[in-house]
Design a protein around this ligand. Sequence first.
Ligand code: ATP
Ligand code: MG
Length: 203
Amino acid sequence: MTEDEKRNQKHKAAMEKQKAKVDSNIASASQERGVAILLTGNGKGKSSSAFGMVMRALGYGHKVGVVQFIKGQQLSGEEIYLRDKCPEVDFYQMGTGFTWNTQDRSGDIDAAETTWQKALPMLQSDEYQLVVLDELTYMLAYDYLDQNNVIHAIQQRPVEQSVIVTGRGGGSELREIMDTVSEVKDIKHAFKAGIKARKGVDY
Ligand code: ATP
Ligand code: MG
């Protein structure tokens, strides 16, 4: 047997083993229901991953709700696209000025509560197969929203609905109740090398 043939044979054996493992995992997953996903960590890729799943869901004609708990006035590509070109997605953004601009804690709490009141009916409606709560973790970290209410709403959502929460942090109670928790690790970011944030990539 040539070196090449040996390598091919080894590869084939490894692939067969891998396939058996994947098949057995697939066979043992028996529950059919929506999932709660937390995308957290300091690296880039949390919101963009959530919007990737929005695209997937739309591919199947699912009903999608997106609520962004962000305080900036900076437009983003996802906002432009969803508002102007994708009216079938229910989109809402908090969108008051930054805290360090407004320095108005009670105004922020009101804005967070108003925004939560847009998210809550989505979490209660079985029309939505996917609900994205982008940057929600900060509302919990600042105590702008009651964590128990948020956790309760996520847990009580319709069985077939999936929900994605993004943002750094997200306390242990939230992590506990989510089905999938991924932490995006910051290895390096272009911004730290002085490269400006890019349209269509960063916002
Ligand atoms: P994205 O929306 O690109 O997926 P994200 O949701 O993971 O990013 P956020 O903390 O919400 O991260 O920040 C959004 C913006 O901040 C984006 O412009 C992103 O490129 C930038 N950003 C994210 N992580 C870092 C980092 N580690 N250092 C510098 N800038 C970052
Ligand atoms: Mg984000």
